[in-house]
Design a protein around this ligand. Structure first.
Ligand code: ATP
Length: 310
C-alpha cells in the first residue's frame, strides 16, 4: 500500500511562497479531494510530489521514496496535470504507445486504457482534432497506463460533459475500492462532494484542513432545522421561550438555527402543534468550504476592486 507523504514542504518562486511548510498524508483505499482557492498551491504540491519541481525545503514521497528514486515510476504513480500535454500531431493511440514504450509497459495496456477511458473509437485520430473533454479522457488513460498504485488528477472533470463527469466519478471511486491512493484537485464543490471520502484543503500555501468530508461539513457549518406547521405563531413562541428563533423561509417553511429536528419534534408533540414537515438540513460542502477559506482567498473581489471595475 502506497501513501503520499508531504512533510514540511515549502516552495518559493522568488518572493512568492507557493507552498508553506505543508504536512499531510494521502492514504490508500479512499478518494482524497484536494481543495483550495486559485493560487493556493495545489498544482505546485502535485508537481513537487511528481518530482517536476524541486522543493525549497521539506520532502514529498510516494511509499516513503522521492519520485526521482522510484524504479518504475509509471507503474507506481499515474498523474493527469495538464490535458493539453499530448502532442497534437500524434494519434491518441500513438501518444499512449510512446509512453508505454518509455515505461516498459505492454502494448495490451494501451488498448485497455483506451477502452477504459471511452476513447477506443477515436484512438486513431490525431489529438489536435480532440475536444477538451476527449483530451481529458486521453490524459486519464495515460495516468492509468502503468496500472499505478497512486493516481493524482488535477481538475479531471474539466471539459467533461455530464456523462463524462459521472464516468470520472465512478472511475475514481472504483480506483479507491481497489485499494489505490487517489488524490483529486477540483474547484467544483458539489462535484467533489459526490466522490471524495476525505479532504485536504489549502489556503495561501498552508494546510487549512485534513479531515474526513463528513467531519469537515459538520465542523464548518451551522446546524439548522426546516419546519412547516399549521400553527407557526404558537411554534415560534414555544421556540423563542427556549432561545431559538424561527426565521420564515418565504415558502411557508421556517428555519431554526442551532437546533436538532428531534428536539423540535418532541417540543411540538408535547404541545400538540401539528407539523407538516420537519428535517435537519445538512450544509453543503460548498458552504462549509466557503466558510473556511473566506480569509484565504487571494483573488476575491473586494469592495474596492468592485468599485474600480464598475
Ligand atoms: N513556475 C512558477 N513561477 C512563479 N510562480 C509560480 C509558479 N508556479 C506557481 N506559482 C505561484 O504559486 C502560487 C500557487 O500556484 P498553484 O498553481 O500551485 O495554485 P493552485 O492551488 O493549483 O491554483 P489553481 O486553483 O488556480 O490551479 C501562485 O501564487 C502562483 O502564481
Amino acid at each position: 500500500m502506497t501513501s503520499i507523504d508531504v512533510q514540511e514542504l515549502t516552495k518559493e518562486y522568488g518572493t512568492t511562497r507557493a507552498v508553506d511548510r505543508l504536512t499531510f498524508s494521502v492514504r490508500p483505499g479512499r478518494v482524497t479531494g484536494f481543495l483550495g482557492p486559485n493560487g493556493a498551491g495545489k498544482s505546485t504540491t502535485m508537481r513537487l510530489v511528481l518530482g517536476l519541481d524541486r522543493p525549497t525545503s521539506g520532502t514529498a514521497t510516494l511509499g516513503g521514496r522521492p519520485y526521482a528514486t522510484l524504479d518504475e515510476p509509471l507503474r507506481e504513480v499515474g498523474a493527469l496535470l495538464d490535458a493539453q500535454a499530448a502532442h497534437g500531431s500524434r494519434t491518441a493511440r500513438d501518444h499512449l504507445l510512446v509512453l508505454a514504450a518509455a515505461g516498459r509497459i505492454p502494448v495490451r495496456r494501451v488498448d485497455e486504457v483506451l477502452e477504459q477511458a471511452g476513447i477506443a473509437a477515436v484512438a486513431r485520430r490525431r489529438v489536435r482534432t480532440f475536444s477538451l473533454g476527449m483530451r481529458q479522457r486521453l490524459g486519464i488513460a495515460a495516468a492509468l497506463l502503468g496500472d499505478p498504485a497512486v493516481v493524482m488528477l488535477d481538475e479531471p472533470s474539466n471539459g467533461l460533459d455530464p456523462e463524462g463527469i459521472i464516468w470520472i466519478r465512478e472511475l475514481m471511486r472504483g480506483l479507491a475500492r481497489e485499494g489505490r491512493t487517489v488524490l483529486v484537485s477540483s474547484h467544483l464543490m458539489n462535484e467533489t462532494a459526490t466522490f471524495a471520502d476525505h479532504l485536504v484543503v489549502l489556503g495561501r500555501g498552508r494546510l487549512l484542513a485534513d479531515t474526513p468530508m463528513r467531519d469537515f461539513i459538520e465542523a464548518h457549518s451551522e446546524r439548522r432545522v426546516r419546519i412547516r406547521t399549521t400553527d407557526p405563531a404558537r411554534l415560534r413562541a414555544l421556540l423563542a421561550a427556549r432561545g431559538h428563533e424561527a426565521v420564515a423561509a418565504g415558502d411557508g417553511r421556517w428555519r431554526v438555527g442551532g437546533a436538532r429536528a428531534e428536539d423540535i419534534g418532541a417540543l411540538a408533540a408535547a404541545h400538540g402543534v401539528p407539523l407538516l414537515e420537519l428535517a435537519d438540513e445538512q450544509a453543503s460542502l460548498e458552504q462549509a468550504y466557503l466558510a473556511l477559506t473566506a480569509d484565504d482567498t487571494e483573488f476575491a473581489a473586494t469592495a474596492d476592486n468592485a468599485r474600480q471595475e464598475a
